[in-house]
Design a protein. Structure first.
Length: 172
């Protein structure tokens, strides 16, 4: 997690070289959304559970990563511990299993704003908060996206502060 342009893509590429780590190739941005959506449904209800699964399985970025197909639902999910974590884990392990990898990694820099929620659902998750010099982020985003450096620096300050506060709340 971190500010866009902070090097999260390079870090993901490095992590993907591990024989154990599958790196999802896109910023899915679905994890915080799905966690919030799970609060609105009854996961003990089969229909609600399948509908929540469908939200992520049919998300365009997940379908794109799965060669244009929706990730199929497995009825074993109904027998296992029903949670939003089991759905998210199932989806990303679907991709990891294809490469015989045992750990999945998802890189959406914006997840820095949802660290508390993510760690509530995945208490054993490892989160890397990557901080790059704000001037370099501003220069990179200005060059690539023509964004105002002043706006980028202000955003960078906010993102770094949010991430550091979360790190202090979750020191381990």
């Amino acid at each position: 997690v971190g500010m866009n342009g902070s090097g999260t893509t390079m870090l993901l590429d490095a992590l993907s070289r591990s024989p154990s780590v599958y790196a999802f190739p896109y910023e899915s941005r679905v994890i915080p959304y799905l966690i919030k959506k799970a609060d609105e449904v009854d996961l003990t209800n089969d229909r609600d559970f399948k509908d929540l699964f469908s939200v992520i399985a049919s998300h365009p970025i997940i379908v794109r990563a799965n060669a244009g197909k929706k990730v199929p639902f497995d009825d074993r999910l109904l027998r296992d511990r029903r949670s939003v974590a089991s759905i998210i884990d199932y989806i990303f392990m679907h991709f990891a299993d294809k490469e015989s990898k045992s750990i999945w990694c998802e890189k959406s820099p914006q997840n820095v704003q949802a660290i508390d929620e993510i760690l509530t659902v995945f208490p054993d998750a490892m989160i890397i908060h990557l901080i790059r010099d704000g001037r370099d982020c501003a220069a990179s985003l200005h060059r690539r996206l023509k964004r105002s450096p002043e706006l980028i620096i202000n955003r960078w300050k906010k993102i770094v502060a949010v991430g550091e506060a979360a790190c202090h709340r979750h020191e381990d």
